[in-house]
Structures are given as C-alpha cells and as structure tokens.
Ligand binder design. Structure first.
Ligand code: ADP
Length: 439
C-alpha cells in the first residue's frame, strides 16, 4: 500500500514537472531554431547584396572572382546570359545532371514565387536595373533544402541572371545536433527528477506511514489488553450459572474488578486518542507546586505503607514561584510516577518525591519534579521504549492493572506543558524519573 502510494506520488510529481520542463525546452528550441534560420537567411541576403554591388562595379564579370566567392560562401553559382547558360561554369559543359536539375528546380521555385514576394525581395522588377531575390526551396532531386538568390544584372545591354545556391545541410545538421543535446539534457533531467521525487515523496510519506503503523499497533495492543478482562468476565458469567449465592458473589466481585480495569484502560486510551487528535486540552493556571506535591504524596502514603515501603519527600527551602500548569494533569503525572515506583519497588524499598526550582540569570526558571526508587530498575534498552504506548518491560509483564500506558500519558501531558520527562538510574540502584516544567 505504502509502496504503491509512494510510486504513484513519484510518477505524478516527476511526470508533471517533466511535462512542464519538456514543454519549456520545446518552446526554447522553437524560438532558438527560428532565430537561427532568420539569422542565416539575413546573412545570406546581406552577402548577396554585397556580391550584387561588386558585380555592378565590374565592367566584365570576372569568372575568377565568382569562383572565389563560391568557395568563400560555400555557394553554387550559375550564370545565364539572356536565359542561356553562360561561359562560367558547370551548366555549360562540366556540369553534371544533378546540378542542372538543381538549377532547373531553383528557377522553377523562383518562377512560382508570387510577384508581390519578388517585389518585396527584389525591390523592382525592371530588367534594366540590378536586383536580387532570395528564397528558400527544397530540392526534390537531392532531398536537400537551399537558400537561393536570383540576381538580375544588366551588362553591356544583355541581361545576366546569376543564381546562387546555399545548401542548408550544415545549418540542419547544427539544428539536429542541438535537438539531440536537448533530448539528452531532458532525459537526464527526467531521470534526476524521478530520483529526487522518489526521495522527497518518501520523506513526505514517512511520518504518515509511521503514524499509520503506530495506529495499527495501538489498535492491536488495545484489543489484546481488552481481550483478557473480557475473557475473565465471560468465564465468570458462565461460572455463575447453577452456583450458590456465596460463589456467585465471588464471581461478581471478579467481574466488577475486571470491568473497572477495562474502564480505566478505555479512559487511558480515550485520553491518548484525544491527544493524537489535538483535542487534549490543558487549562493552565498559577499553581503552588509544593502544595500539589504534598497532597499527592499524602494520598500515596497508605499505599506505600501497605507494601512496607518507606516514602519521603524533599521540598525546596525557599517557597518556589507559582508554576503555570494544569494542576489536575500534573497531579496525574506525579501519581503515574509514584504508582510505578510503588509497583516496581520490592518490599521495604525506598521512594522519594522531590521538587526543586532553578533559574539562571539569562533564562526563565524551571521546576524539577523527581520520583526516585531503589526498585527493580530499568535496563538501558527499555529506557528508550518505556514512553511508547503499551510498552512494558519483560519483568513487569505479570503485574495486573498495568497496561503500559501510564508513561505515554505522562509524556503527552508534560509535552502539552512544553516540558520534558526523562528517566535514568537512581543512585540507589532503581529508577529516577524527572519532569521539567517551564516557568
Ligand atoms: P505500566 O502501566 O505498565 O506501568 P507505564 O507506561 O507506566 O506502564 O510504564 C511502562 C513500563 O516502564 C513498565 O511496564 C515498567 O516496565 C517500566 N517502569 C516504569 N516505571 C518504573 C519504575 N519505577 N521502576 C521500574 N520499571 C518501571
């Protein structure tokens, strides 16, 4: 499921970006190619103007000069005198058939040009004034494209026609190389895009996936925890049948106990799900933490005595300032810690509850609430996990009434106060939990 969504998101992200990128590069290619064609055609036109001006100045057209121009501009020249192939060149004797066809094709293209186009390019159509007309044509015989110019020039009362052909082969090759370069760049960009999209969407989805896994884990653990008391209740109901009143009382007592256990578990789960949905509200007010600690301490004294545990409390000598917190929630946190200390400390153990307030000149003050014991302690491995929901260290799994939710609730409450909760080994060999609340 996760992989499918990851793949789909990657394809979507990279697909959209690739389409935008390819469209942009196609637009750029179009603009660049039309620019290249325009520049090439303009420079051809300018060169032809120069050639025409030179030809006008020559009293007799120098074939040598024409050859030089031909070589310089990589052109092909054909000269016609009153429409008849002239001295110069290929057309008369040396020319091969292909060149003759090329000339014919060029003249045909010229003939087919609209008069208005000729006028535009050639200024005037008078046979007695020099003019030249440039155009592009495709030769069907050679399969190539050419820029062609027909120069009309009057020499010694005869009309010379000089046809200049410039092959677009080099320009086309240049353009196709540019296209290939763009294609390769686009391909590389699409590959890089897909790679980064895969990484980014993976990072984006990771917290969602982790959250989903946590939810699944939470539901599985909750169902598991609820199954045990439910099974006990069902078996007690069965046992109640055909029993005397005394025995029925015994089973009813168990049913009540298990129902209370279930109710406490459901309450814990509701609190945690409220915190997940940001519906977990705390109402802060200035609280005398020492009084709050004293009250909680007193409520645990009898429980500790029942287990022959000695419980002590250390309060600061100077009265600490009022702490902005939700007193009920903070009392719940201290109760969770004290309850755990009582549960995981063997008989005749020691538990200590303490409060201190520290303030540095530059920073705001902090309240430190600590619960230490000399009980079974927590391994380093377990220390990393005990704040996870439904986590219980192996050695405490047997204790009833412990679902592994207490510390995760404490963590959520402290977190809602922008405080912190941590655990380390106590000096007496047990555990030391410290809650820090900001002033
Ligand atoms: P539980 O309801 O099981 O106590 P908690 O979330 O309060 O759940 O605690 C998680 C686990 O952390 C406990 O199962 C226990 O293994 C361990 N733990 C918590 N407090 C102590 C402690 N004071 N001494 C030893 N182990 C503790």
């Amino acid at each position: 499921m996760y992989k499918k969504v990851h793949l789909r998101l990657t394809v979507l992200c990279s697909g959209i970006t690739a389409v935008i990128m390819v469209t942009m590069s196609l637009c750029y290619l179009y603009v660049s190619e039309t620019g290249l064609y325009r520049n090439h055609f303009n420079s051809f036109k300018n060169h032809i103007s120069t050639i025409t001006a030179n030809l006008e100045q020559q009293s007799v057209i120098s074939m040598e000069w024409l050859s030089k121009m031909e070589a310089q501009g990589n052109y092909t020249f054909f000269v016609l005198d009153n429409g008849i192939p002239f001295l110069y060149n290929q057309v008369s004797k040396d020319a091969d058939a292909s060149q003759k066809t090329l000339l014919a094709e060029s003249l045909e293209a010229y003939e087919h040009m609209g008069a208005s186009q000729k006028e535009m390019n050639g200024k005037e159509l008078s046979p007695y004034v020099s003019y030249h007309t440039e155009f592009e044509f495709s030769s069907s015989s050679s399969g190539e494209d050419y820029y062609s110019s027909v120069i009309h020039i009057e020499k010694n009362s005869s009309l010379l026609q000089i046809i200049v052909l410039s092959s677009l082969k080099t320009l086309k090759r240049q353009i196709s190389h540019q296209r290939i370069r763009f294609l390769l760049i686009d391909l590389a960009a699409v590959v890089a895009l897909s790679f980064f999209s895969w990484i980014f969407t993976g990072r984006l989805l990771k917290p969602i996936w982790e959250n989903q896994q946590k939810q699944v884990q939470f539901v599985a653990s909750a169902s598991h925890e609820l199954r045990t008391p439910l099974a006990v209740i069902l078996s007690c109901v069965e046992c109640c049948k055909n029993r005397d009143v005394k025995q029925q009382d015994k089973f009813l007592k168990i049913i009540k106990q298990e129902s209370l256990r279930m109710s406490s578990l459901v309450n814990d789960m509701l609190l945690l799900s409220g915190s997940d949905n940001h519906r977990f509200s705390i109402s802060k007010k200035p609280v005398e933490l020492d009084t709050l600690l004293m009250n909680t301490y007193e409520s645990f004294e009898s429980l500790a005595r029942e287990k022959s545990l000695s419980i002590s409390m250390d309060l600061p000598e100077n009265i600490p300032p009022l702490c902005p917190c939700d007193p009920d929630r903070i009392q719940q946190v201290i109760s969770i810690l004290l309850h755990n200390a009582v549960s995981y400390t063997p008989e005749s153990g020691k538990i200590n509850l303490s409060l201190s307030y520290r303030k540095s000149p530059l920073e705001k003050g902090s309240f430190f609430i600590s619960v230490s014991d000399n009980g079974i302690g927590i391994s380093d491995e377990d220390k990393k996990k005990i704040f996870d929901r439904f986590y219980r260290a192996e050695k405490s799994r047997t204790s009833k009434g412990h679902f592994g939710l207490g510390l995760s609730i404490a963590w959520e409450i402290v977190n809602a106060h922008q405080g912190s909760i941590s655990v380390k080994d106590s000096e007496t060999g047990g555990s030391l939990f410290t809650v820090v609340l900001p002033e």
